[in-house]
Design a protein around this ligand. Structure first.
Ligand SMILES: Cc1cc2nc3c(=O)[nH]c(=O)nc-3n(C[C@H](O)[C@H](O)[C@H](O)COP(=O)(O)OP(=O)(O)OC[C@H]3O[C@@H](n4cnc5c(N)ncnc54)[C@H](O)[C@@H]3O)c2cc1C
Length: 757
């Protein structure tokens, strides 16, 4: 028994914790930062003021995680972020294809819980900092659940708190609001009338109880729904993130007025629900009840802190290259009117770039606080560029950079800024690429020595002569293109199959992208018009032009509703069909066509369909495409970019395998295989359901054998992108054979990269 005798005063308990890195904020950025740092070998304290991790992606707010793939609505092919965030999203697909936000919470908690290098402090709010000269020496947090004060000491700190609670108090230079167009020459910079800050939102979920349910609104609910100019858009189907435009607060201080903004949003949400339940306009709502309403708002924008570089509109639109590129973005520049839900204007103003853009390392640390990293939405970007870099998969990817940078700083006794020097940055880039992290235009070059020393034999290499005509015939209600990776030089002749309902003319164009790393078909290399007779027929396409350089080409069949096109059920890593169609959810109306001079480009959108749709167009390709060989295993690129970058077995190969032979015995400690989990497929984490739990391209079963044919390792039922096999005791061998099973009889086995160390 504890007896507390009367005392004049008592203090709460206090713990001092020492680590290499303190990460403040357990949103996706802070979480991925902490995991990356911990796996790289440094001690991390991750402090999160909420009971769960994930920030806006958590069950407390319930936003779906998006990034450069943009709901599959833009031209950024194979652009899902790599590394820890990919592992998390692929795991979520496997366990939670229905998008239950509570399950997503458990995945994040589990990932952090598994890392022995992370001390996780949940329900702990950081409220103060200590500084010595230009360095933060400690931050202080308080957990009301265990009535404990924490003093967290470390040589390095990362502010991933969204609002910048550490960076602000440490005196880091910051901005809040929008830059003028003149400051950086950003033509899309908004006027004060449009608004200079994005507001908060609160979501709700509803559910059908199977019997009538009444709703009596709280007294604070909005009474007059017509105060919301777009109130006619409400219906009983859209809830959760579909109602992202229930936004408010862009004209207030989104930090200091946050509680006030929350009450206004509750007023809106309960007013909307009152409208749905009690206006009489939605009889189908009779059995619906409110299942959940957010208790905290999702925050979009507040402070942005200044690094040595500030990302601006032109970096995104012109896809400027940076020596210190460490991450990438690809969401549209997405600004909202500051009046939010009460605005007469459209809820957002989104403009896409023709491809993904690089994010430089110099945006990820404070320009005036020496040991402070920045991660998440508060990184050094202008208001306009923030409009794109703020989405969660991008924030998570940026967090991974900070995690790895912190490890290098500890290892080499550097400060964040010193790591940006030319002679250090390459090491950071390479260490990131080793973890599956993607940096556009960069390739992994370390850790491949053993592979490069080996003579590599494969049981077969796919030479793509044909996508057999074994799929459906589908009418060309949109223009459709088959993307094909090609070498520089003469375009191949193509045979395809069509059916016309009457005599007509089919127009086919061979296109490519003005930048070889892009997948926007903005250059027409050649065009052919073919007269078709009514009925089924084979067509032959011969183009006299050349591919200017190795890249993806687009065989575009322009829209003609009198024609059906033959598809194939065969799917291959790095091949995809795309359609010139719309996706209003991400402001894709088939073509981006800026009317004003706002510094963005006009171009067409050619986007894929989600499975089970999205079949390849059946075709024969003269000479075949021989870009799926074993040399891809060591080219250092772990996803399709300008080329497929994968070894792919032949469809007919019944026993696909890769063998590595060395002249002498090698000591092998670990093996890593990078499989195809379709980086083109966005993995929205909540609400949206996915048609599969395992990406169909992914190798599930394989064996590793030594030179004597003895089994070293067998893996079954894999679904992850990266398989790391760490041997408790190093093995000695002069050969390794990898025997794969095809993921499906219509999908050949594929491997992007093999690392043997
Ligand atoms: C309504 C809305 C819709 C959006 N739509 C999308 C979308 O569809 N897809 C998408 O990807 N992005 C979307 N975004 C953007 C995205 O959610 C944010 O930009 C992103 O969450 C920022 O990530 P972060 O890790 O920096 O911050 P957060 O996700 O906000 O995480 C920061 C964490 O730090 C914690 N924290 C704050 N202060 C402290 C403190 N003092 N001590 C300890 N912890 C603290 C917070 O509780 C929070 O959990 C949307 C944003 C909003 C608000």
């Amino acid at each position: 028994m504890i007896i507390g005798n009367a005392a004049t005063q008592r203090g709460l308990q206090q713990h001092n914790l020492y680590s290499d890195l303190v990460v403040v904020g357990g949103g996706l950025s802070g979480t991925c930062c902490a995991i990356t740092a911990a796996r790289a070998g440094i001690k991390v304290v991750l402090v999160q003021d909420r009971p769960v991790l994930g920030g806006n992606a958590s069950s407390e707010v319930r936003l779906w995680v998006l990034g450069a793939t943009s709901h599959m609505g833009n031209n950024n092919r194979w652009a899902r972020e790599g590394g820890v965030i990919d592992e998390i999203l692929v795991e979520n697909l496997y366990r939670n294809p229905e998008g239950n936000a509570l399950i997503f919470d458990t995945i994040l908690l589990e990932k952090v819980h598994l890392e022995s290098n992370i001390t996780l402090l949940l329900n702990t709010s950081v409220f103060e900092i200590e500084k010595k000269e230009n360095n933060i020496s400690a931050v202080k947090g308080y957990c009301s659940q265990n009535q404990t004060h924490y003093i967290l000491h470390a040589p390095l700190f990362c502010d991933a708190s969204g609002d910048g609670v550490v960076a602000f108090q440490s005196g880091a230079a910051f901005r809040m609001g929008a830059e003028s167009a003149e400051e950086f020459g950003e033509k899309f910079a908004p006027t004060a009338e449009y608004g200079e800050l994005l507001g908060h939102s609160i979501y709700f979920y509803s559910k059908d109880t199977g019997k009538p349910v009444r709703f009596i609104p709280p007294s604070f609910a909005l009474k007059d729904i017509t105060q919301i100019p777009r109130y006619r858009q409400f219906n009983t189907k859209d809830f959760g993130p579909w109602l992202w435009w229930l936004e408010y607060g862009g004209r207030l201080d989104t930090i200091q007025d946050s509680e006030k903004i929350k009450w206004e949003l509750w007023k809106v949400v309960y007013g909307v629900w009152d409208h749905i339940k009690n206006s009489g306009q939605f009889p189908e709502a009779e059995n619906l009840t409110l299942e959940w309403v957010g208790h905290i708002p999702g925050k979009r924008e507040s402070r942005r802190f200044e690094g040595d570089y500030m990302l601006i509109q032109q970096d995104i639109i012109e896809q400027r290259e940076h020596y210190d590129a460490v991450s990438f973005g690809g969401w549209s520049i997405d600004l909202h009117p500051a009046d939010g839900v009460f605005s007469e204007k459209p809820g957002c103003n989104q403009w896409h770039s023709k491809g993904v853009y690089q994010i430089p390392y110099r945006c990820l640390y404070s320009k005036n606080v020496d040991n402070l990293f920045l991660a998440g939405r508060l990184i050094s970007s202008s208001h306009v560029a923030f409009g794109s870099s703020r989405v969660m998969a991008t924030c998570a990817h940026v967090g991974q950079v900070v995690g790895m940078a912190a490890k290098l700083c500890i290892q080499k006794e550097l400060l964040p800024r010193t790591l940006s020097a030319h002679d250090h940055i390459g090491i950071l880039q390479q260490e990131l690429l080793t973890t599956g992290h993607h940096i556009p235009t960069l390739a992994l070059s370390v850790g491949l020595d053993l592979l490069k020393l080996a003579s590599i034999k494969t049981s077969s290499d796919l030479v793509l002569h044909e996508l057999p005509p074994n799929g459906p015939m589908l009418p060309m209600v949109h223009a459709v293109a088959q993307m094909l990776p090609l070498k520089k030089g003469k375009l191949p002749s193509i045979t395809a199959w069509v059916e016309a309902v009457q005599d007509t003319v089919l127009t086919v164009q061979f296109r490519t992208s003005s930048k070889p790393q892009n997948h926007t078909p903005d250059v027409v290399l050649s065009e052919q018009k073919i007269s078709l007779k009514k009925g089924k027929q084979e067509i032959n396409l011969n183009f006299e032009r050349e591919m200017p350089e190795a890249a993806y080409a687009f065989v575009c069949f322009l829209k003609n509703e009198d024609i059906s096109l033959q598809y194939s059920n065969h799917r291959v890593t790095g091949l995809i069909s795309v359609f010139n169609k719309t996706n209003p959810a991400v402001s894709n109306y088939g073509k981006q066509d800026p009317k004003d001079d706002i510094g963005v480009e006009g171009f067409e959108f050619w986007t894929p369909q989600r499975r089970p749709n999205g079949l390849n167009i059946a075709m024969k390709i003269s000479g075949g495409i021989d870009l799926f060989g074993a040399e891809n295993l060591s080219n250092g690129v772990q996803r399709p970019t300008m080329q497929p970058n994968a070894w792919v077995a032949d469809f007919a190969d019944v026993n696909p395998s890769i063998s590595l032979h060395w002249n002498e015995k090698k000591t092998i400690q670990s093996i890593e295989l990078f499989f195809d989990t379709d980086f083109d497929h966005p993995l929205e984490s909540v609400l949206l359901t996915h048609p599969e739990t395992v990406i169909p391209f992914c190798v599930r079963n394989y064996k590793i054998l030594d030179e004597g044919g003895d089994l070293i390792q067998e893996i079954r039922d894999n679904y992850q992108t990266i398989n790391r096999i760490e041997f408790a005791e190093a093995i000695e061998c002069s050969a390794l054979t990898f025997e794969f099973e095809h993921p499906d009889e219509l999908i050949p086995a594929a491997v992007f990269q093999l690392i043997v160390k």
